[in-house]
Design a protein around this ligand. Structure first.
Ligand code: ATP
Ligand code: MG
Length: 576
């Protein structure tokens, strides 16, 4: 591509609206432009990058045996009513009425449409397994669209749906997608983790989020430094240590005592007052799970993970009780609840198991209890992993050291099970002629978000450092003096020869100052730069520099094609 005939409107100034680096750089490098909140146009260079990611996805999906289709973006409300999501999806769904006053929406995802297709077309186990995918714009009226194309309201997604005759088949389909996603993100040049994720209220299923590690990510992830284990913080299991603590002998327990704690409602205040450490106190949280009031016990230095509790209770809704409910349930204002004497269901974190003579609230204003012990003083209905993982914990798989970090979710694999096939009647006849619901999986990738995440992970103060596989161009050629015939000839020759070899090249043939061209080249982040100027050309040399490296090398004009090709191949190798 010749820059002079192309359209890359770079910006000198940093746009004020952009909060994170990928957004800033995508605007500055002329990759995208905003039309409205969360709605963006891809300019030519941005589109090239998007298409490269799309092609990698398509190649890997096809290689996995998945089959491409294209479903409509416009979806009738009836299907969403059938699945129960017309109400459940809430305001993120872009809804409208057509001229016949029929409710419709713009698809944020396609479980309903694909399940409808499949229930009409698949009737026998012989037609499965099958995995159908599409690459198409999705619409979500996000509450807080931000970070450019990272969280927008119209975005390109690859979504795939697998259909199997049984659980084992569905697990295989999941495994294939899991591997395929690893291939895709590796080929995109990303550093990523497949993190175990919460599956929400869909019981018995499992899910992984593919997370690009970046400080600006909106998700917290926990990953092991020793093994492959990684998990979203909301799901991250805590390694049990209560077994090591052993059981407490009743003879060694201190006598239960009341202690006045005037106005002391926080862990900090109570522990300071009693001169104990937070791990000697047990917090009692009163919650409403659906319509039932429950108490959750957590050690003073720990934090309740509400998602874990919700899953454990199998509750659709879980919220902390309001002050009135706490008063009704415990007889005391917030800050003084304790398990002693409570009649509701009590669920305790594993860490409480081995504790002895701890402090709890006394269910009376300004009162705490000392020397409280499980079983002697109250009964725990269930112990479980209820707390948020924290620094100092070790890996639940191997016991190794864990690290906390932030991540950007670029992809999601999800075993759906029979949730949609049951509610929407997608059934088939098995080998014995018995009717069964199809077992499904769904698998998404944010195509635009992948480009943005790659930039978030690969940049410096001067601009983007694109992984070569998804860069708008692989090579940029900068002729420095546009009025020198030799310079132009050399640039044109390399451009022609290398283009014929299949390289994707930008020839910056603009009649601009060298400094200007260098700045734009760095900003756009083309992986390999070839600079041609009179100074070295008179010795038959040109300069080659990788965007990711500090040093440039002089190469002879004669050897240039071979050396450029070799370097490009090397840059590609890092993504293989
Ligand atoms: P998030 O938690 O970030 O909202 P999600 O769980 O809603 O994501 P999925 O429904 O699993 O996302 O969608 C599949 C993929 O689509 C995500 O992994 C992400 O890469 C991408 N994606 C989701 N929402 C957006 C958005 N608003 N803008 C751009 N890409 C998105
Ligand atoms: Mg979302």
């Amino acid at each position: 591509m010749r820059y002079s005939n192309y359209f890359i409107p770079t910006l000198k100034e940093t746009p004020a609206e952009a909060e994170i680096v990928s957004h800033r750089l995508m605007l500055r490098a002329g990759l995208i432009r905003k039309l409205a909140s969360g709605i963006y146009t891809y300019l030519p260079a941005g589109l090239k990058s998007l298409k490269k990611v799309e092609n990698i996805i398509r190649e890997e999906m096809n290689r996995s045996g998945a089959i491409e289709i294209l479903m409509p973006a416009v979806q009738p409300s009836e299907l969403w009513e059938e699945s129960g999501r017309w109400d459940y999806y809430g305001r993120e769904l872009f809804r409208f009425k057509d001229r016949h006053n029929r409710d419709s929406c713009l698809g944020p995802t396609h479980e309903e449409v694909i399940t409808d297709l499949v229930r009409r077309e698949i009737h026998s186990y012989k037609q499965m397994p099958v995995n159908l995918y599409q690459i198409q714009n999705k619409f979500r009226d996000e509450i807080r669209p931000r970070f450019g194309i990272m969280r927008c309201r119209e975005f390109l997604m690859k979504d795939a749906y697998s259909f199997d005759a049984d659980e084992a088949g569905a697990d295989r389909s999941y495994e294939i997608m899991f591997k395929t996603y690893n291939n895709i993100f590796r080929r995109c040049g990303l550093k990523f983790k497949a993190a175990e994720a919460d599956t929400g209220s869909i019981g018995g299923s499992f899910s992984h989020e593919f997370m690009v590690l970046a400080d600006t990510g909106e998700d917290y992830i926990v990953s092991c430094l020793n093994c492959d284990h990684a998990a979203n913080l909301e799901k991250a299991e805590v390694r049990r240590t209560d077994d090591e603590a052993g059981s407490v002998n009743e003879k060694e327990m201190g006598p239960l005592e009341e202690v006045e704690t005037p106005d002391m409602k926080s862990v900090e205040k109570v522990t300071a007052f009693l001169s104990i450490s937070p791990d000697q106190l047990v917090k009692t949280l009163i919650l409403k799970a659906n319509e039932e009031v429950v108490a959750a016990l957590i050690r003073g230095d720990h934090e309740l993970n509400e998602i874990k509790l919700k899953n454990m209770l199998g509750a659709e809704q879980l919220e902390l009780a309001d002050p009135q409910l706490v008063a009704e349930a415990t007889g005391a204002p917030i800050g003084f609840a304790g398990p002693h004497g409570l009649t509701m269901k009590i669920i305790a974190d594993y860490a409480i198991k081995g504790m002895k003579d701890f402090v709890t609230g006394g269910n009376k204003k300004d009162l705490h209890l000392r020397n409280v012990n499980t079983e002697r003083d109250f009964h725990v209905d269930t112990f479980g992993d209820l707390r948020v993982a924290m620094p100092g914990d070790s890996c639940p798989r191997c016991g190794g050291e864990i690290r906390f970090g932030k991540g950007i979710e670029v992809g999601h694999v999800f075993k759906l099970g029979t949730k949609y096939s049951e509610t929407m009647g997608a059934v088939f006849l098995d080998k014995h002629g018995k009717e069964k619901p199809i077992v499904m999986g769904c698998y998404g990738i944010g195509v635009g978000r992948t480009v943005a995440a790659a930039i978030e992970q690969n940049h410096d103060k001067d601009g983007i450092i694109f992984p070569i596989t998804i860069a708008p161009f692989e090579v940029v050629i900068l002729p420095l003096q546009m009025n020198e015939k030799e310079v132009i000839d050399a640039a044109e020759n390399i451009y022609r020869e290398m283009s014929e070899k299949g390289l994707d090249i930008l020839l910056d043939d603009r009649d601009l100052r060298a400094g200007f061209k260098f700045k734009d080249a760095d900003l756009l982040g083309t992986p390999l730069r070839i600079t041609i100027g009179t100074r070295h050309l008179k010795n038959g040399q040109i300069e080659m520099k990788a965007r990711s490296e500090e040093e440039s090398t002089l190469i002879s004009l004669q050897d240039a094609p071979a050396l450029i090709m070799e370097k490009v191949d090397k840059l590609h190798d890092s993504t293989k």
